[in-house]
Design a protein around this ligand. Sequence first.
Ligand SMILES: Cc1cc2nc3c(=O)[nH]c(=O)nc-3n(C[C@H](O)[C@H](O)[C@H](O)COP(=O)(O)OP(=O)(O)OC[C@H]3O[C@@H](n4cnc5c(N)ncnc54)[C@H](O)[C@@H]3O)c2cc1C
Length: 383
Amino acid sequence: MTHDTAILKAQEIASRVLAPSAGQNDKAGQFSTNAVEALGKSGLLGLMLPVDVGGSGLGPRTFAVVTSTLAEADASVAMVYLMHVLGAATIQAARSGAAQAVAPILREIGAGRHLSTLAFSEAGSRSHFWAPISRAHRNGSGVRISAKKSWVTSAGHAQSYVVSALAPEGAGPTDSTLYLLSAETRGLSVAGPWDGLGLRANASAPIALDECEVASDLQLTDDGAGFPAMLNVVLPLFSLGSAAVALGLCRAAVAGTTVHLKSAKFEHLGQSLGESLPTLRAQLAAMQIDTDGLSARIDDLVGHLEKPQETTTLRVLETKAAAGEVAISVTSTAMRVCGGAAFSKHLSIERLFRDAHAGAVMAPTGDVLREFIGKSLLGMPLF
Ligand SMILES: Cc1cc2nc3c(=O)[nH]c(=O)nc-3n(C[C@H](O)[C@H](O)[C@H](O)COP(=O)(O)OP(=O)(O)OC[C@H]3O[C@@H](n4cnc5c(N)ncnc54)[C@H](O)[C@@H]3O)c2cc1C
């Protein structure tokens, strides 16, 4: 698969599978297994995995376009896709001691038959995902883990979960280790429903781990090396993917608002809303400007990830922080411009508005990112 064919496949799935059911799945809070099946068949689940495990070996540039294309049709599915890509990247980066055990899983992902995700956030440490409360305890050559994972995208639908826990002998709050748990692991269960304000169709439910046994060859990082993996493997792609989801939402908001301004009429004036009111045209223009600004910011981050520079970490932090705000601002403007039609849920704009609010809440949250950026500019330690 090439960059261009990946985008064509994403566009085809977005229009054939995602767009027709996004509204209904949102209303019902229903996870789209059809979407995951289509993504698997198309090869997009293995997009960034190496060719030797059946992946396409494509990079962040393609990942960003594929994710934003999916998000334009259904941000819930795009978030499922994003968390899967992060899970796959973490599995692929596994330490050498796990290489043999994860190889068949990577091949399953490459073949499009395996969905993964991340289970980092815990009820006890909330959005501070880098500081798990749970601790792995030695159990023969493996470990035993009990944990309350508070939000796990694709909970109950993924075939595997990349789970964090404090290392058995870890001394500090960030001395974590990452493990791979199959959905079949005894003691792993979905611990509650998912009924969010937005991204309602992505099953971000809590997961309980009750004395789950994990063999040593499914320990993905060395003891205590979970935190650097979160920062180096997960965070850059998460920032890029979150921004791509935000971009898809903004583009959908601009498109939906444009259609409404052209089609809704003041019959007594013989004009459409857009023809009649300069203020609405100006607000639409502002939405477009912000959307294109976000697109340029994403291109900039892609460039940084392809060719890291001194400022790359700063860009990683800035991009997710900025994207969350832009998505809220653009979709809020769309709500105002489309007025009662949006408020009364006659347009998909209100779904975009609700979905857009997830980005800033998902950790690292916008507030935390601004705190990190400020500290980093002042030369202060981040943790
Ligand atoms: C749709 C969705 C999907 C998710 N999927 C996953 C997933 O797949 N895997 C996973 O591990 N997690 C997932 N999460 C969890 C997410 O990453 C966060 O951990 C969670 O949303 C935090 O929620 P909270 O409000 O309890 O955080 P809290 O920590 O209670 O935050 C409350 C407020 O305090 C602010 N705040 C917190 N700390 C600071 C600080 N140091 N400085 C300034 N402000 C601060 C926050 O910005 C927020 O405004 C998901 C969340 C959502 C909404």
